[in-house]
Design a protein around this ligand. Structure first.
Ligand SMILES: NC(=O)c1ccc[n+]([C@@H]2O[C@H](COP(=O)([O-])OP(=O)(O)OC[C@H]3O[C@@H](n4cnc5c(N)ncnc54)[C@H](O)[C@@H]3O)[C@@H](O)[C@H]2O)c1
Length: 395
């Protein structure tokens, strides 16, 4: 059905409803890390009739209480008196079933392992971890626990992202041999809520992991996550280290430039199993509007996905399929799908369903380990100044 309100755009509205939710058992839920993204988790959880938030923890004193207040749930008896994830997970009176881990990147692996060892299901924010070694350790704990571990890639729930995968799987592109992906912002080093994204000790990785993981997931998920084999990577920090960078808040340039300990741009050439090459670039800051559209080239057709900042699961405009029809070179516009769905609600909903039904994680680590291996490989290759082999240990 065409959406008449979107004049000039080729669009499609999907209004399919989901299945009924069994509310006879409530999932007892905890939040670890009460910063900016935890708000989105709580808002989505409050929309789930079978989830009950029972506790939240933050290492900064008072932050968990502030978090409950700003989300309007300070009077719901939710426990907050925990100095870190450990004290909350050790509190057996909570009878926790599941947690969202919303801590900064360098505090993903440790709380995830601790929660899994306690027999609690985990929804872990993206990126999976900072290093491949950490991701492997988390997966070992996941395997030993038998619990659900899902990684927070909500763009997966977007109908347009799902359409990209359907197009790749349909065969219209033939054999896929070359992919270009990435995205970026002109002035978008994330410092609106402090410096946890730019300090080495908290973020561990910059644009490469923060938004790079989304671009990688968009294309790798579409083509079935082939194994990465080698990578030649580059990263830089020219904008972040500049006290005169115009994206920093007034008066904060000197301080932030000194604290900046990660990358603000990364690029790489990655070889994947199946003879596919992946050309990647990502920027928190650059003197350019976009580092290019995502393109997926195949022997029968190619798909162009207009560039976005690659963080919220939308495409930057109608996609285009380049192919031949009865010998004629043809371009087909793929309509944008407008689905009345909230991505965070779907992220929490699909996770809760997996916890309750014992079904696989909606965004499984068996795939995201390849995403993390590429990020890790780019960082290592950039530091070594040469191509490196990607070696993923058996888990
Ligand atoms: N999926 C998305 O759309 C999305 C968007 C933004 C951020 N994120 C991810 O979410 C994570 C958090 O981002 P943010 O913007 O909320 O950061 P933030 O710095 O605002 O919040 C992180 C919070 O975790 C707390 N914390 C750290 N270690 C802890 C521990 N061991 N136990 C308890 N609390 C701890 C910190 O004190 C802080 O309050 C990052 O990994 C980021 O990449 C995801």
């Amino acid at each position: 059905m065409a959406d008449k309100s979107m004049e000039g755009l080729n669009t499609f509205t999907d209004q399919s409803a989901g299945p009924a939710i069994d509310t006879s058992k409530k999932v007892r839920y905890g939040i670890i890390g009460c910063g900016w993204i935890a708000d989105a988790h709580v808002k989505a959880l409050l929309n789930q009739p079978d989830a009950e938030i029972v506790a939240c923890a933050d290492i900064v004193p008072g932050r968990a209480d502030e978090f409950l207040k700003r989300n309007g749930i300070a009077d719901k008896g939710i426990k907050t008196n925990y100095a870190s994830h450990k004290e909350m997970l050790d509190d057996e009176s909570l009878k926790l079933d599941a947690v969202s881990i919303c801590t900064y990147n360098c505090q993903h692996a440790e709380p995830a392992i601790y929660a899994l060892n306690k027999g609690v299901h985990v929804l872990l924010e993206k990126p999976f971890t900072v290093t491949l070694d950490e991701a492997v350790e988390v997966m070992k704990a996941e395997k030993a626990s038998g619990k659900v571990l899902s990684i927070g890639f909500q763009p997966r729930m977007d109908a347009n992202m799902q359409q990209i995968k359907k197009i790749c799987e349909s065969g219209v592109l033939g054999n896929i041999y070359y992919i270009q992906t990435g995205g970026g912002r002109r002035r978008g080093i994330p410092t609106p809520h402090g410096t946890s994204f730019i300090e080495k000790d908290t973020a561990g990785v910059g644009a490469l992991g923060d938004i790079g993981c989304y671009s990688l997931d968009m294309v790798l998920n579409a083509i079935g996550y082939p194994k990465p084999l080698t990578v030649s990577g580059y990263k830089s920090d020219f904008f972040g280290k500049d006290p005169n960078y115009s994206g920093y808040k007034k008066g904060k340039g000197e301080e932030y430039a000194k604290l900046f300990g990660v990358d603000d741009f990364a690029a790489a050439f990655i070889r994947l199993e199946g003879g596919i090459v992946l050309d990647f670039r990502i920027a928190w800051a650059m003197n350019l509007d976009t580092p290019g559209d995502t393109i997926i080239m195949g022997t029968k057709g190619s798909l162009r996905i207009p560039s976005t900042e690659c963080w919220n699961g939308t495409v930057g405009g109608a996609m285009k399929l380049y192919h031949e029809v009865a010998g004629l070179q043809t371009e087909t516009e793929i309509p944008i799908i407008h689905k009345d769905s909230k991505l965070f609600d779907l992220k929490l909903r699909t996770f809760l369903d997996a916890c309750k039904n014992g079904t696989p994680a909606p965004v499984p680590t068996s795939q995201i380990i390849y995403n993390q291996a590429i990020i890790d490989g780019i960082a290592k290759s950039a530091e070594a100044g040469r191509e490196v082999e990607i070696v993923i240990p058996e888990i």
